[in-house]
Design a protein around this ligand. Sequence first.
Ligand SMILES: [Zn+2]
Length: 429
Amino acid sequence: MKKFWGILFITIALFSCKEDQTAIANETNNEIAKIHVIEKPVVIKFGFNLDEFTVQHDTVRNGDSFGELMLENNVDYPKIAKISKEFKDTFDVRRIRVGKPYMILKSKDTSQTAQIFIYENDVINYTVIDLRDSIVAYTDKKEVKYVEREASGVIETSLSEAILNQGIDYNVTNNLSEIYAWTIDFFRLQKGDKFKVIYKEKFINDSIYAGAEPIEAAYFEHNGRPIYAFAYENDSLKNIVDYFDEEANNLRRTFLRAPVQFSRISSRYNLKRRIRYYGNRIRPHKGTDYAAPVGTPIMATADGTVTESTRKGGNGKYVKIRHNGTYSTQYLHMKKQKVKRGEFVRQGDVIGWIGMTGNTSGPHVCYRFWRNGRQVDPLREELPKAEPLAETLQPKYFDYITPVKDQLDCMLYTENPVEEDEDLLTLNK
Ligand SMILES: [Zn+2]
């Protein structure tokens, strides 16, 4: 997907519909600017006053072990053994990874004994082993600040490397492509297609960028057709967040586009396929082949009941699922199935793994799509939509999206000048 996003012209838009647009933009700018400026020496870190200790700041190197780091700092062996045994759930000493930062706070006396060990699991989470008195181990989080961002873009024909460095996290574009995967064919983006997104960026200790949160709202105009997307909790019990349009329709479809993530289509549905091996005769291919390494999980593309999980001739090991009275899907050449006949599966459930059983020249899954008992090309089908937002949730949903939609509508695109408008050029001078 990355290369398709490469052709996007991406800009951060800091505009607002409000009248005091400049003031707001400045305010936002200042806020973001401030985050980068404040970098005073911090005395309290991870909840400890560093002045009270001798501080050793380092990263785990090849060959380092927790035990050795502790022994070097005068912690005796029984204590180390106790930590590795009793605090496994909080801190598994065998799990320390090369390159991860850690800090040892030592006593300021001549013994320089390690008193606190702090291991950074990732940019936000860290584990503290307090070796003073009785040993205490716990995991905590750094303070995270969320800053709302707006971004927009217009798709251009040519790619400029600089575009990728406009300050938008790659995850945002990736996320955007996931949201619209059901409604927009990203292989067929057009010049002039536009998008807008609202999301939050995370900052740790007010200064360190720690990634982007999932998109909260988006707008995509493909071929002149606008599609809104608002993140909303569909099922609070299961914590399921889906994206809905301005009429509360789900942007998902009942079927996933592909049964394998990160795969490539090695052979499409083709009724006129000729194969040299068979004397160039027509051998229709009624499936879509997704190539991926052996062992890659294969997912059910929709909810349904497993009607077959068996091994048969050229199909090798396969699974067939009946979704409803109209649709069934089948997944061939598996290394191994994960489901049995009669089992109910949900969309996205792993039902087996990519293999080479049956007639196949390389590892792939042959995905077959049945409508009313006939095999059709799922990539050309208008697939049924997923259920809209439950009616009971809709009033609250509309209340929620009204201001968000206004915000999206008010965002401006920063486009490259397309036409040479002389009046405009004069005005700008
Ligand atoms: Zn096939």
